[in-house]
Write a protein that binds this ligand. Structure first.
Ligand code: NAD
Length: 294
């Protein structure tokens, strides 16, 4: 059993913290929203009046916050969390944020002798609740060994991607590719359908051929082909377009900073942004098919 401070109890952090309580850890939580704290108290956690109070004496500090500015604000500066911790605490930031901020926080922690990893997740709210998230970690090997012990109670695949910031880079690479193959899958299915093919039959053909990919295999964007996919449930998320646009923005920053010509990624971002601006931000990202069909 470990003493864990968990900061940020939203759609993802709430169920992740609950899983740590259920695994028998001594969990103290902090969020800006009282209702979120109450929910975790009901699940068996203690709550604190500040992040620093939650983190006092913790073996692990875990955060699940919206964006880089929240993570920098929580950890950096004279009144940031890092200034209150020492080498006995391992810090894991599971938020999806820009790689530059993740590296900055990771380096600040290293300079203070504190083990820190960026550990963004793949898998949405359902995977957070089921404890089946994938974690992509950036930081040193010794911290990764400690991180695995606690992340295993919230997920099933835990990868060491490389040094500080690498978890965020891995996540951005994956989601950029996901956006590209979802759009390509939608275009292929629509082209087949307009030429008289049954999208289900075409899906079977492509699944047995070289067009096979994850969107086709487990998340078919064409309504009615896959009973449990968001496409067959009015594109209820799932993984929201708003979050895909956020992740594509982070991917564009990394591509620009590293001089990568990611023409397909840029186009995917443009298409998803237009789809979002058309009022579909809260729908599942596989609903990009609706744009293709127009
Ligand atoms: P959310 O908006 O539901 O939750 C964020 C929580 O952080 C809120 O409860 C908010 O009150 C709290 N918060 C904000 N600033 C704070 C601060 N300074 N101190 C303490 N608490 C603070 O967001 P979410 O859906 O849980 O996502 C969290 C992160 O996980 C994001 O980076 C997101 O991109 C990533 N993510 C989300 C999903 C998903 O499907 N929702 C999937 C993968 C990754």
């Amino acid at each position: 059993m470990a003493k864990v401070a968990f900061i940020g109890l939203g759609n993802m952090g709430g169920p992740m913290a609950t899983n740590l309580v259920q695994a028998g850890h001594d969990v103290t939580v902090f969020d800006l929203v009282e209702a979120a704290l109450e929910q975790l108290r009901n699940a068996g956690a203690s709550s604190a009046a500040s992040a620093a109070q939650a983190a006092a004496g913790a073996d692990y500090v875990i955060s699940m916050l919206p964006a880089g500015r929240h993570v920098a604000g929580t950890y950096l500066g004279d009144d940031g969390l890092l200034a209150t911790l020492d080498g006995s605490t391992t810090v894991l930031d599971c938020s999806t944020i820009d790689a530059a901020t993740a590296r900055e926080v990771g380096e600040a922690a290293a300079n203070m002798g504190i083990g820190f990893m960026d550990a963004p997740v793949s898998g949405g709210v359902a995977a957070a609740a089921a404890g089946t998230l994938a974690f992509m970690c950036g930081g040193d090997a010794a911290t990764f060994e400690k991180a695995k012990l606690i992340l295993a109670d919230m997920g099933k695949n835990i990868f060491h991607a490389g040094p500080a910031g690498s978890g965020q880079v891995a996540k951005a690479c994956n989601n950029m590719l996901l956006a590209i193959h979802m759009i390509g899958t939608g275009e292929a299915l629509e082209m087949g359908a307009r030429n008289g093919l049954d999208p289900g039959v075409l899906s079977e053909i492509m699944l047995a051929s070289s067009g096979r990919n994850w969107s086709l295999e487990v998340y078919n964007p064409y309504p009615g082909v896959m009973e449990n996919a968001p496409a067959s449930n009015d594109y209820k998320p799932g993984f929201m377009v708003d979050l895909m646009v956020k992740d594509l923005g982070l991917a564009m920053e990394i591509a620009e900073q590293s001089g990568v010509d990611n023409a397909m990624g840029q186009l995917a971002r443009e298409l998803y942004t237009a789809h979002q601006q058309a009022g579909n931000g809260q729908l599942d990202f596989s609903g990009i098919l609706m744009r293709i069909q127009k």
